[in-house]
Design a protein around this ligand. Structure first.
Ligand code: ACM
Length: 611
């Protein structure tokens, strides 16, 4: 049988047309939007879970396409581009589920935009730009190095990326010496017609020098300009986050992302494997968590919210974690796991009994439209789950840091819970922020007894008793203001302002583009149009651990769709994490993206090509 499906944006509305070549008796139209949908005409809404909806349709007849008009239930939301059209759409007819074709050529377009401007002569075709570059004139050839102890991982990286090996018998010799004054990640690389030499502050410095040589070989076509590069990072935390809960990214994709990060000297991978839609880590303390939520869709606890469709998902085994950690270690990347509580926990609440107060009549709604996405800290089952879970997850990763989550507690959280009312009275808490802060501080203190430090999103700083406290590392995501405030209250912070560093936001306002828009659009230039230590807040500099880009997977259906959202914008976060303030502006970054375009193409990583 053959089904047709088109979806079109018309102002606030989405006009869908469904056609069939066979009569279909009373089908149900199942799909997800970016946020809670409403039906304007053409069917009756019979079920809704966050962005997922089921709409009862009349009988469909061949040759008579049926029209359903949708909009977002929140009157403030209007579809901005194709990512806002129905995702994972299918028809349920009796016991059968029939996938509908993508409504409007979903996924990122890759049409070539205007050509990038040329690089100015003072710049190397290298991201991040080195701290200092002193050209000495002339060029030297580099096809390969003679093997160098300590650069094996860079040679392996080159081969995995599909580039020529870095090492070859008879290759150019690189002499290595130590110079502790360069700092643990620093190096000084001298490129001369007579040979290559490097002074390094430590093994990481040598690794970065190797990455620089590999990159310049590729971007300079094997003829490197002669001179001296003196280089060291501005920040120790240079991160990329990946939301593997909304979309299950295969381990191979994660490994490829680590390779790309290493090529840009990024050194922290924030693994977000738990959220409302799934908990994907195969933990032993509570197997129900992943066994019951790894897949979502028909017959599962969580329906096809976002691009889930009929059934999609997966979980990460201990062997998968070991592969990710082995690759990360070779590339000098640390992995930060996140368990995401107390909110964004719909999957956790559905999978494990007892995490909500049965007497709670509050009816709070999360920003994504869930009615029950926050665990209750006054329930003993919550602690029975979380204390061992947090310790187990932290113990699986060598970083010694566990991200607890703490973002976006729904307004009115726990307001109808008699058990939380009693907790508030007992502990002197007033607001929901106080309750969340108390809960996070208790978790943090418990982990601290095992030597585990905690991290969390910016909201964790709230609360009458100082919020999470306990030396937590906080991630400032709604902007930089919360990071500045948290730093002034004594927290170390990672700056990941959505306006500059959220790679799930659309690159542009073109309705033919792809991505979210809640914090505006993030063209390549905007990824460098900020300072991690904002003007007027220079006092927080010692508290800024670094920067991070985030990629949220709500509207990703296939792994490769993330590539063009991440590239070339990942060049911007690499720039911010490494370079001295103000070194690279938007125009220069655009030129550098032009210099990297053939390299992205050679390593097979899709990139957004528009302006
Ligand atoms: C977030 O983007 N909710 C951390």
């Amino acid at each position: 049988m053959s089904l047709t499906f088109t979806a079109r944006i018309e102002g606030r509305r989405i006009r869908c047309r469904i056609g069939t070549d066979r009569p279909l008796a009373a089908p149900t139209f199942c799909f997800s939007l970016m946020a809670a949908p409403a039906v304007v005409s053409g069917g009756t809404l019979v079920r809704r879970v966050a962005g997922y909806a089921e709409v009862a349709l009349p009988d469909l007849e061949p040759g008579q396409p049926h029209e359903v008009v949708l909009e977002h239930a929140n009157p403030d939301y209007a579809p901005r581009n194709r990512a806002w059209l129905p995702l994972g759409a299918y028809l349920r007819v009796g016991r059968d589920c029939l996938p509908l074709p993508p409504g409007n050529d979903l996924g990122l377009r890759t049409a070539e935009g205007p050509p990038a401007p040329p690089l100015t002569p003072d710049r190397l075709p290298l991201v991040p730009q080195p701290t200092e570059w002193q050209p000495s004139g002339g060029t030297c050839n580099l096809a390969a190095l003679a093997p160098v102890t300590g650069l094996e991982a860079v040679d392996d990286l080159a081969v995995r990326l599909g580039l020529a090996p870095l090492f070859a018998p008879g290759g150019v010799a690189l002499t290595v010496e130590e110079d502790a004054s360069l700092g643990p990640e620093g190096y000084r690389l001298t490129l001369a017609p007579t040979g290559l030499s490097v002074a390094v502050g430590g093994p990481s410095g040598l690794h970065h020098a190797g990455v620089t040589l590999l990159t310049l070989r590729e971007t300079c076509g094997g003829r490197l300009p002669c001179g001296t590069i003196t280089d060291r990072p501005r920040f120790g935390w240079r991160g990329q986050h990946l939301d593997c809960a909304r979309h299950f990214f295969g381990v191979e994709f994660i490994l490829r992302l680590l390779d790309l990060m290493a090529l840009l000297k990024l050194n922290r991978f924030h693994w977000h494997f738990a959220d409302d839609e799934a908990f994907r880590l195969e933990v032993e303390t509570q197997p129900l968590l992943w066994q019951r939520t790894a897949f979502r869709g028909e017959g599962e606890l969580v329906p096809g919210v976002f691009g889930g469709g009929i059934r999609a998902g997966g979980s990460y085994s201990r062997a998968d974690v070991a592969r990710v950690l082995a690759r990360a270690k070779a590339l000098r990347i640390e992995v930060l796991p996140e368990i995401e509580v107390p909110a964004h926990s719909h999957a956790m609440v559905r999978a494990v009994p007892g995490l909500r107060d049965p007497g709670d009549n509050g009816g709070e709604v999360s920003i994504q439209g869930y009615l029950d996405n926050i665990v209750n800290p006054a329930m003993p089952a919550t602690w029975d789950l979380l204390l061992p879970l947090a310790r187990e997850v932290a113990g699986m990763f060598p970083l010694g840091l566990l991200h607890l989550g703490a973002d976006e507690a729904p307004p009115g959280a726990w307001g109808g819970s008699p058990a939380v009312a009693a907790l508030k009275a007992r502990e002197g808490l007033v607001s929901a922020d106080d309750v969340q802060g108390w809960m996070l501080a208790r978790l943090a203190a418990d982990l601290g007894r095992d030597g585990i430090r905690v991290a969390a999103w910016e909201e964790a700083a709230k609360g009458c008793q100082g919020g999470i406290g306990n030396g937590a590392l906080l991630f400032s995501w709604t902007g930089q203001g919360p990071g500045v405030e948290a730093a002034r209250r004594g927290h170390d912070v990672v700056m990941c302002p959505a306006q500059n560093a959220y790679f799930d936001l659309a690159h542009s306002d073109d309705p033919d583009d792809w991505g979210a828009a809640w914090a505006g659009f993030v063209p390549l230039e905007r990824t460098v149009a900020w300072d991690p230590v904002p003007k007027g807040a220079e006092d927080i500099a010692p508290r800024v651990a670094g920067v991070q880009a985030c990629f949220w997977g709500e509207f990703t259906t296939w792994d490769h769709e993330a590539e063009g959202m991440i590239a070339p914008r990942i060049l911007g976060i690499a720039t911010k994490g490494w370079e001295p303030a103000g070194r690279t502006d938007g125009a220069s970054l655009r030129a550098l993206a032009g210099a990297y375009a053939p390299l992205f193409d050679r390593i097979g990583w899709q990139r957004h090509r528009g302006a």
